[in-house]
Design a protein around this ligand. Sequence first.
Ligand code: SF4
Length: 164
Amino acid sequence: MEDRITGVMIYYYFVCKRKLWYFVHEISMEAENENVMLGKLLDENSYQRGEKHINIDNVINIDFIKEHKELHEVKKSKAIEEAGIWQVKYYLYYLKQRGVSGLKEKIDYPLLKKNLLVELAQEDEEQIEQIISDINKMKNQPLPPEFSEGKICTKCAYHDLCFI
Ligand code: SF4
């Protein structure tokens, strides 16, 4: 299993720990998920005028850089906003570790025509280090966390695994 911590793992950490366990154990069903496909479609179609999709070390995926020192992440809804915020804070943390600091990131919600500016505070860095440590521990856990039904289960790609 790889050591890398990706933006998606940080996102799942806040969405559902069981989903995160499936993901870090490379049980992947996301490709067939309609919501993921909608997200991909938005990636491709909402911002077509010269912006880029950037992948750094296969760890973070940034939707585009609009202006100097501002990264952008596209989300289709604010339903799981906290998870999205921590995902982009992790991007800022990751880049800072590699010597690129002073960045901000804007989360765009094109369907809502809204956006949110995210910056990285000192206490965020401490929390991210704790999250990374938790995710690394989860990689060594042989079984997923106990199932607990939540509102997002009906839209989750792992639904069938949890509801057998
Ligand atoms: S179906 Fe629900 S409990 Fe299972 S992984 Fe998905 S969100 Fe988590």
